[in-house]
Design a protein around this ligand. Sequence first.
Ligand code: SF4
Length: 62
Amino acid sequence: MEAKVDQNVCIGCTLCATVCPEVFEMNAENKAEANSELTEAFMDRVNEAKDGCPVSAIFVEE
Ligand code: SF4
């Protein structure tokens, strides 16, 4: 599984990086980036971040 953030959509609210800092990080442009590897242990919080993202910029791919 892999989490992705659409850089063109992210508004840099930092919610995802707060909810799950193990997976999401803010970059120099103040956009969130996701780690390439996503383990099952983080899925609940990744989904929480995905559902909470105000602009629906987070995607999870199998
Ligand atoms: S929650 Fe959405 S808008 Fe906010 S930083 Fe994360 S990806 Fe960007």
